[in-house]
Design a protein around this ligand. Structure first.
Ligand code: GLA
Length: 389
């Protein structure tokens, strides 16, 4: 219902701006329940799509221009499809441009178009506003071309756009869950084979997502450094066992065996990834069995590991995670997404969720002086074309 109303609103704004009625596409943001910094190590992740989305309205033009506009984000952009920039220009429209550019490189014939973007996902909060913009733009641009791409292929091309055009070496998690998420379910993904399964979220459980208000948008450099550190780890392990292609292939036993053979920082990074993969497998099993105590324990371990071994947390995230402890209805929580700011995700019993939100906000405000934003969410469906007829 909410997405239909927002879709209609986007349509009205589009008509006002461009004078015609558009087709509208929606792609959601996500929270990641567990499996952090594992996707680009060929590992496991378990995110869920949530109720915040990016909407893109599109209509064809008779020339080769791509006009990109948004009511929320600054700037009116106009490009020629035959001479798109080769790299990011440093504006929000890079995510749209990147997708258009990769689609063309892959041989798709794109038509000139007017696009209007309506974004409701908080930016820089680690809830994947970028992936949602990429996916909704890809669906919109594809709708005017002759190509039909299955959603997993859309996810792959959006990731490629972010890697090659925007320059962030992200993994596949965000784009995949934005495409494939399912209401009421977490999405367990093997990032090597891209096999996935839906894990039902126990009835009555809510996600309470707490925004530290510390923006993580300066994090691209540190994110890419973490990737390089993982690659260094893989090169070392591959010397001891040539079958190792990614940290996914390293066992906990092998990791412990080589604790003193790797530079300390590299070992810490590897240690996080190898154990986080195991935690994600365990958490999927525990969630399936409805064992929320175990899920909560694993989420806490994940957070501690991201804080101490992977070193992508920050003071505010740690305070927000600690602030959840002992609140009624709390089942588990941790930082979510790339880190260095952004949000924590908490699993909370539905009847306690509103009180939980108030109390955690107060505890955080007292400890930091920052007023956080707190969102009550559930797992929602992935990307779709909206039928507004
Ligand atoms: C960002 C990236 C994802 C993933 C997470 C960390 O959200 O886009 O691919 O690597 O960080 O788990």
């Amino acid at each position: 219902m909410h997405s239909r109303i927002t879709g209609m609103f986007t349509g009205v704004m589009f008509k006002k701006r461009f004078g015609s009625l558009p087709r509208i596409f929606r792609a959601p943001g996500r929270v990641n329940l567990i499996g952090e910094h594992t996707d680009y190590n060929d590992g496991y992740v378990m995110p869920a799509a949530v109720g915040f989305s990016t909407y893109v309205g599109i209509s064809p033009r008779s020339d080769r221009k791509l006009i990109i506009h948004s009511e929320e984000f600054p700037g009116n952009f106009e490009f020629d499809l035959d001479s798109l920039p080769e790299k990011r220009i440093g504006a929000w429209c890079d995510y749209v441009l990147g997708v258009a550019s990769v689609l063309q490189q892959q041989g798709n014939k794109l038509a000139g178009a007017n696009l209007l973007v309506h974004g409701e996902i908080p930016i820089g909060a680690g809830l994947s506003s970028s992936a949602a913009l990429e996916v909704s733009s890809a669906l919109a641009l594809l709708s005017l071309s002759e190509t039909h791409l299955p959603l997993p292929e859309v996810a792959k091309l959006c990731r490629l756009a972010e890697n090659s055009f925007v320059g962030a070496r992200v993994g596949i998690m965000d784009q995949f869950v934005s495409c494939m998420g399912k209401a009421g379910h977490a999405f367990f993904l093997d990032c090597r084979s891209l096999e996935f399964k839906f894990v039902p979220i126990p009835a009555g459980l809510q996600f309470v997502v707490c925004n530290t208000m510390v923006k993580h948008d300066l994090a691209t450099g540190a994110y890419n450094t973490r990737r390089e550190e993982c690659e260094e780890g893989v090169r070392a392990f591959a010397k001891w066992d040539p079958a190792i292609r990614a940290l996914r292939d390293v066992s906990i036993q092998m990791l412990d065996q080589h604790a003193n053979d790797l530079p300390a920082t590299i070992w810490k990074r590897c240690s996080h990834v190898v154990r986080e993969n195991q935690r994600t497998l365990d958490a999927a099993r525990a969630l399936t069995a409805g064992d929320l105590t175990e899920v909560g324990k694993l989420m806490r371990e994940s957070h501690n590991s991201l804080r101490d071994l992977y070193e992508v947390s920050c003071r505010e995230l740690d305070i927000m995670v600690d602030a959840a402890d002992s609140l009624p209805g709390f089942c588990g929580g941790r930082m979510t997404g790339g880190g260095f700011g952004g949000c924590t995700v908490n699993l909370v019993r539905g009847e306690n969720a509103e009180d939980f939100a108030k109390q955690i906000a107060e505890r955080y405000r007292q400890a930091t002086g920052i007023q956080p934003q707190v969102y009550l969410c559930t797992a929602e469906d992935g990307a779709q074309a909206l039928d507004l007829s």
